[in-house]
Design a protein around this ligand. Structure first.
Ligand code: MD3
Ligand code: FE
Length: 199
């Protein structure tokens, strides 16, 4: 295992970077989910996402029939999103440091929860204002097949297995690459945290 696996320009895979702190991360996820429950959001076409979502931080990513956006309030409760815990910002900052992105202070953390049959089709993350900041992703739980394409939806994606504790830092050209997650198999469940500078 190489500590830094590069698989696209500006993207770095840190295998096991979050393993030691996973217990604290799970405790925080539970605390956040008690205030802002995971739920299946509706996309503009009217379908419901198979992955369940919640957020913490100054703003949260939300989807409804009108579109996608970052919102300071949770539409479900009308309350601000729970504060981002220190163990989250600490981990995201250390991962960005380790991959040469320097100081990274995320203001949003999108939290995904996948169970059997849940996945995400190929998409770009472009609701953030500043594409010069990287996105840091943390995988917890069952392994998943991550699909990683290029700048065009037509680029054939590579498949990468993301395991419990893996952290990926996506910056530079890879920041806007198409990506997705293959549907999880029976019995699998996985959390993924993505740290973003949305504002
Ligand atoms: C590459 N999440 O939340 S994490 C998402 O596993 C999302 O839950 C997936 O795609 C998941 O938007 C993938 C890896 C990831 C996250 C953001 C990226 C890869 C990215 C942004 C740009 C390029
Ligand atoms: Fe994404």
């Amino acid at each position: 295992m190489t500590p830094h696996e590069t698989f696209a320009e500006g993207a770095f895979l840190l295998r096991g970077f979050a393993t030691a702190g996973a217990g604290m991360l799970y405790a925080s996820i539970d605390r956040i989910a008690a205030q802002a429950p995971f739920r299946h959001m509706t996309v503009p076409g009217g379908h419901t996402m198979s992955v369940a979502i919640t957020n913490c931080g100054d703003v949260g990513w939300v989807s409804d029939r009108k579109g996608y956006r970052y919102d300071p309030l949770n539409p479900l409760t009308g309350l601000p999103w729970p504060q981002m815990p220190e163990c989250f910002t600490d981990l995201a900052g250390r991962a960005a440091d380790a991959t040469g992105y320097g100081h990274f202070l995320p203001d949003a953390c999108l939290m995904n929860y996948y169970t059997a049959g849940a996945g995400v089709s190929l998409h770009q993350d472009k609701n953030e204002r500043d594409f010069t900041a990287p996105i840091v992703s943390v995988s917890l739980g069952s392994s998943a097949t991550f699909l990683f394409g290029g700048m065009s939806r037509k680029d054939t994606p590579c498949r990468i297995i993301l395991d419990h504790g893996d952290v990926v830092v996506w910056g530079g050209p890879s920041r806007l690459f198409f990506h997705g997650v293959a549907k999880l198999k029976q019995g699998a469940s996985r959390h993924n945290l993505t740290f973003r500078k949305a504002l």
